[in-house]
Write a protein that binds this ligand. Structure first.
Ligand SMILES: [Zn+2]
Length: 349
């Protein structure tokens, strides 16, 4: 019998993970005071960019009628030399002020998927699978949508660098790390900037601005919900699971990893920062990269945080009978019910 060695790096990391007790994990007591401590740490870990450094400079690129309402393509500045393109989608026959859902695609060809048109010719239709035409689903339910292009995706993919990694996010992730930032933090900063744009418009119901997205879009929905006080509802899909059972066990894009986060919190603690605001967590029973057992384990802990915040009924898990995708018909009804209640939402710290 040959001597056995421990040669895989993951073996030691797993041993270490078993021993980590995240220092700011939820452990009972005053929810708001705990949230303030963890939110401050998360802002530091994610490297949230300073806001309002560049003028917003909103511009209209085109506008056209759609069977569900009107769609306008716009651009505004996120940071200096970081412009954000977006679609503003207003529902037909609904008067302002509009509740707005900020829609975030994941690792795809870009935000054009949200309105089911082709990227290179936005007059041509696109067949969209897995209910990822988020803006059309939003308009069909009488709400407005703002689809923003996230850094490293779609129109904001890297196009200047001489040699580019085959993985679309890799270069930006690594460069951000060296600058004391993260790509996830920059994306959350862009969501905050998108809310500035909504406030500038004057026709948005600022008490009903929310965020949704699938996969990489779900991940940024989670961190935006955790960090941005102006987000009032959230519907992250196929992104919420214990870190241990998803990104720490199965290959994921580097944009999922935040320096040292597990020393402070697990995923339920992070999303617990959104309590008591209305939250619908969407998952796929067969999702291979966010396994359902880990989703349920994380959701159980998240529910305890919501219960402690007096909002047990404002946090729901919707499980679709399939894989890594969005489930519009299952997810929207409970979210719309939350929004109809118009429960006064305490302003978080
Ligand atoms: Zn990525």
């Amino acid at each position: 019998m040959a001597e056995s060695f421990h040669l895989s790096p993951s073996e030691y990391h797993r041993w270490l993970m078993d021993r980590i007790r995240p220092a700011l994990a939820w452990g009972g007591g005053d929810v708001a005071a705990w949230q303030e401590r963890l939110r401050e740490k998360l802002r530091e870990v994610i490297g949230l960019p300073p806001q309002g450094v560049a003028p917003l400079a909103p511009r209209s690129l085109w506008k056209r009628e759609h069977p569900l309402g009107t769609i306008e393509k716009i651009a505004f500045a996120g940071e200096p030399f970081a412009d954000i393109t977006a679609y503003v989608c207003l529902p037909k026959n609904i008067p302002p002020p509009y509740p707005f859902t900020i829609c975030l695609q994941g690792h795809s060809t870009g935000m054009h998927v949200s309105i089911a048109v082709q990227r290179e010719d936005e007059t041509k239709p696109l067949a969209v699978e897995g209910d990822r035409d988020f803006a059309l689903g939003t308009m069909a339910r009488g709400m407005a949508a703002l689809c923003i292009e996230q850094r490293s995706f779609g129109e904001r993919r890297e196009q200047l660098q001489q040699q580019v990694s085959r993985d679309g996010c890799h270069d930006a992730v690594m460069q951000a790390l060296m600058l004391g930032r993260t790509l996830a933090g920059e994306r959350v900063g862009d969501v905050d900037r998108a809310i500035d744009y909504l406030a500038w418009r004057g026709d948005a119901d600022m008490d009903r601005v929310g965020v949704m997205g699938n996969s990489g879009g779900g991940t940024i929905s989670i961190y935006s919900a955790a960090l941005l006080p102006r987000i009032r509802f959230a519907m992250p899909s196929c992104a919420f699971c214990t870190y241990r059972e998803s990104i720490m066990s199965i290959y994921h894009c580097a944009d999922n990893y935040l320096p040292g986060l597990l020393r402070w919190a697990e995923s339920a603690d992070v999303l617990g920062l959104f309590a008591p605001r209305p939250l619908v967590v969407v998952a796929g029973r067969e999702d291979p990269i966010f396994p359902i057992a880990g989703v349920r384990r994380a959701f159980e802990k998240l529910s305890a945080i919501y219960a402690a915040a007096g909002a047990a009924d404002r946090c729901l898990l919707v499980v679709g009978d399939g894989g890594h995708r969005f489930y519009a018909d299952a997810a929207w009804p409970p979210l719309l019910a939350f929004l109809r209640q118009r429960v006064p939402v305490p302003q978080p710290h």
